[in-house]
Design a protein around this ligand. Sequence first.
Ligand code: COA
Length: 374
Amino acid sequence: MSNIYPGLEGVVFAETRLSHVDGQAGRLLLAGHPVEELAPRATFEEAAFLLQQGRLPDSQELASLQEDLEGRRSLPPITMRLLEEATAQGVPAMDALRLAVDSLVLALPAEKMPASPFPLEGLAVLARLPLLVAATYRLGRGERPLEPLSGESTAGLSTAAQLLYLLDGKQPSAERVRALDTYLVTVCDHSSNASTFTLRVIVSTRSDLLSALVGAIGALKGPLHGGAPGPALETVFEIGSAERAEKVLREKLARGERLMGFGHRVYKVYDPRARVLAQAAEALFAADADRELYALARHVEATALRLLEEHKPGRNLQTNVEFYTALLLHGLGLPTALFTPVFAIGRTAGWIAHGREQAAEGRLIRPSLKYVGP
Ligand SMILES: CC(C)(COP(=O)(O)OP(=O)(O)OC[C@H]1O[C@@H](n2cnc3c(N)ncnc32)[C@H](O)[C@@H]1OP(=O)(O)O)[C@@H](O)C(=O)NCCC(=O)NCCS
């Protein structure tokens, strides 16, 4: 009983079929699929089904999941009032999201049983997250939230298309929808990260999935977990032009600052998610967004990697997921305040599937503390 494992590092508490993170090889498997293969091709709905069922859906299964989601894309009036009050008070987007998700308990009694193999509470949240995120954004700018895209949409009906449309009311291009799908799939699961562990603890008490999802959102908000992609982009903006990159980054390192978007606790070779998102950002910026910013970001990345090798020789500090998350989401026109809420949309697919695994496991998670008091 006297061994203490701070942060529970190295402690394995359950088995999972959902994702495997191999930090030494720089590999991430999502239900058996390497992230590099799945994320650029699958839609977010396909990935959510994969995590839930352990295999990709056929066209009928996908259609029934999409129908389940589309049929739930409306908000209870009280949820809208909560969001209005939260934005009027300047409550940060993740707090508004947590409040609003909690209030979805009021939507549950009227909810139809799902046709797809998902829990009712999970679908209730998954379907409405794009509405909640976009409503928070628009209310914060003094604009009215929009109604979701309807069946005639040329962009197709999907979580990614709905979110992009609900932000600015413009039909998103296929390239932009693809880029957002790639992001959402890339971050949909990552083994026993802090928010997923939080969710599993709550599920293990036989509480309900909605409570567990609210707890997971609270954990994701923290800057050591999902709350930090903004600063990586701010560094690129601060640098502003390629010739300033080396000077600004050297000064940061000399002041003992960490370069945001580089290094990882688990990935010691490279973060495979960064590669996937770099390619998605390249495609998006070539088609749609600001090519100069993309070229600058590549230059900042190359300079940072060179200086980090000089600064910490042999430590192999590589680009992590946050650097290209920031670039990709910015290229999609999202403000930094929405980066973590959009991360929450992607991770909800993983959370719901972990809820199912944990419920099947059945054992209450209840580690111990060593008493050192009087
Ligand atoms: C992610 C992070 C917290 C991992 O930390 P960690 O596991 O302690 O990192 P390591 O053990 O590999 O660090 C090795 C050395 O490199 C340094 N280092 C790590 N990341 C660095 C960075 N981004 N910039 C400068 N130095 C860094 C550490 O300070 C450490 O130095 P020390 O041995 O003198 O203490 C860290 O890399 C970091 O703070 N990165 C920047 C923030 C970021 O991008 N976070 C998002 C992660 S997805």
